[in-house]
Design a protein around this ligand. Structure first.
Ligand SMILES: [Zn+2]
Length: 167
């Protein structure tokens, strides 16, 4: 059996800058898309993939930090504690890494793929992935956190990615 994988959009694609709309209900067609996103994330060796990264401007993402895949729908980060700096990459920004300051521990309310309301408190990599992916749902990318030095360092790569959009 092979699930279809989806095309991951790259920097410059207008989808990545949209504010995504809430998901009303998860049915079988939504679940199919979510499974394809999990497959795409695994194939791309990512730890998270948000819907707008594959051109769907709805508020959900998939994540897998080696505990098995999770689907997180309509996330609301309701509590943040501590802060830490860590280098992040993004499937939409190949070859770009930016040091991003994020909360160390978060509590997130969300809906899962079975339309169940969930609350999760987590830290470490999962907390970071959830914050990164939730940013995507608001059209925010890691380069928005870049220092002037990082912008200069990755400027050419960003221009290259933007130029590819026009091809
Ligand atoms: Zn990303």
């Amino acid at each position: 059996m092979s699930l279809s994988t989806l095309k991951v959009r790259t920097y410059g694609d207008p989808c990545l800058r949209k504010k995504c709309v809430p998901v009303k209900e998860v049915g079988s067609s939504e679940r199919m898309v979510m499974n394809a996103m999990i497959e795409t994330m695994h194939q791309s060796k990512g730890v998270g993939l948000a819907a707008p990264q594959v051109g769907i401007t709805q508020r959900f993402f998939v994540a897998d930090v080696d505990d098995g895949p999770m689907v997180i729908i309509n996330p609301e980060i309701v509590k943040r504690g501590g802060s830490c700096l860590l280098e992040e990459g993004c499937l939409c920004l190949p070859e770009v890494t930016i040091i991003v300051k994020r909360a160390e521990e978060i509590t997130v309310n969300y809906t899962d793929e079975n339309n169940q309301s969930m609350t999760l408190t987590c830290n470490g990599l999962l907390a970071r992935v959830i914050q990164h992916e939730t940013d995507h749902l608001d059209g925010v990318l890691i380069i928005d956190y870049a220092t002037d030095e990082e912008k200069a360092q990755f400027g050419e790569q960003l221009e290259r990615l933007k130029a590819q959009q026009k091809e």
